[in-house]
Ligand binder design. Sequence first.
Ligand SMILES: *Cc1c(COP(=O)(O)O)cnc(C)c1O
Length: 365
Amino acid sequence: MAVPFADLQLQYQTIKDEVDAAIAAVIRDSAFIRGPYVEAFERDFANAAGVKHCVSCANGTDALYLAMAALKVRPGDEVITTAHSWISTSAMITHAGANVVFCDTDGTTFTIDPAAVEAAITPRTVGIVPVHLYGQPADMEAIMAIARKHGLWVIEDCAQAHLAQFKGQPIGTFGNAATYSFYPGKNLGAMGDAGAVVTDDAALAEHIAMLARHGGLVKHQHQIEGINSRLDGMQAAILSAKLRHLTAWTRARQHAAVFYDTALNQIEDVEVPQVAPGRTHVYHLYTIRHPRREALAAYLKANGVQTAINYPTALPLLPAYARLKHRPEHFPKAYRDQNRILSLPLFAEITNDQQQLVVDLIRSF
Ligand SMILES: *Cc1c(COP(=O)(O)O)cnc(C)c1O
C-alpha cells in the first residue's frame, strides 16, 4: 500500500526507545496486574483529561458498561444514544440493564442531534450517552441543558476524541463520567486492549473501581458483585510513554486535516468534514461524504490507498436491533450517511506526498 489507512509500526519506530524501556521496566518489576505503572498512568491520564479521577479498565467497551452499572440503571430505564457509532455504545446500555433509545444525527457533524434527544425523552429516560464521533465533540451545551432540565445523567463516550474540546472545555468533563478506549488504533493507543472511565465524582469513581475489581478494593473484601476488568501494567507503562506525545500527535492530525480540507474542497462531489463553531476536532477519523462512495473506495484501493467505512450500517438498522423494528426513515440523516461516508488515511506521521497522492487520485476519479 502506497498510503495505508494508519501506520502503527511507523509510530512505534519514532518512540521505540521509550516504549521498549517501559515494557522492560514492567517485566523487571513483575508489575503485571495493577501496581505502580497502572497507578501512574491513571494519574497521568486524569491530568491530561482535566479530571480528578481516572479508573482504568480492560477496554473502552467495559468502561461504558462500568460507568452505567455504577449509575445503577434498572430494567425498564431508557438511555438515549446516537444512531451513528460503534456498537459498544448501545450494546453496553443493554448489558447495563436499560433499554437503548436511538436518536438521529444532526446531518452535518455526525454527532447526535440535541433536538432529537429532547423529542425522545419519556418519563422512563434516565440518561444520555453522547459520542464525540470521529474526534468532533457533540453539542455538549445543548445536551447538558436537556439533561439538567430533565434530571438525567450523562456519560460521554470519548473513545475517539482524546484531547478534543467544546468551547475551550475538555470533552469528558461535561457529564457525570466519561469513557475512553485505548485500542491500538485510537488517538492514544495501547499495544493491546485498554480503557478508562474518568469523573470528578469521587464516590462514583470508587464505585466504578470496585465494580471493575471483583467488587472490592481490598483483597477478599467483596462489597458488591463486580467483574474483572483490569488494565495490565505493560499497557499502562506503554500508555504513559505515549501520552507524552499525544499533544504533538493531535496537532499533526489537525494539520493533516487542514491539508485535506483545502485540497478536497475544490473537488466536486466531495463533502469534507464539517466542524461546528466552538468545537475542536482531533480527527481520529477524517471522514468525507461522497455520492459514489463504493466506486471511489475501490478506485483508491486499486491505486494503493487504503480507506475505511466507519460504519457501514447505522446502529438501529443492525440485525442486533431487529427487535426494535426500526426503519431507515426513522433515522434519515444517519441512514443517508451510512451510504456516503468514507474515511481517508490520516495519522500523525502521514506525509504531504502521501496526502497529495490521495487528493490527486480523488480528483482524477
Ligand atoms: C473504540 C470505541 C469503543 C470501544 O472501545 P474498545 O476499547 O474497543 O472496547 C466504544 N465507543 C466508540 C465510539 C469507539 O470508537
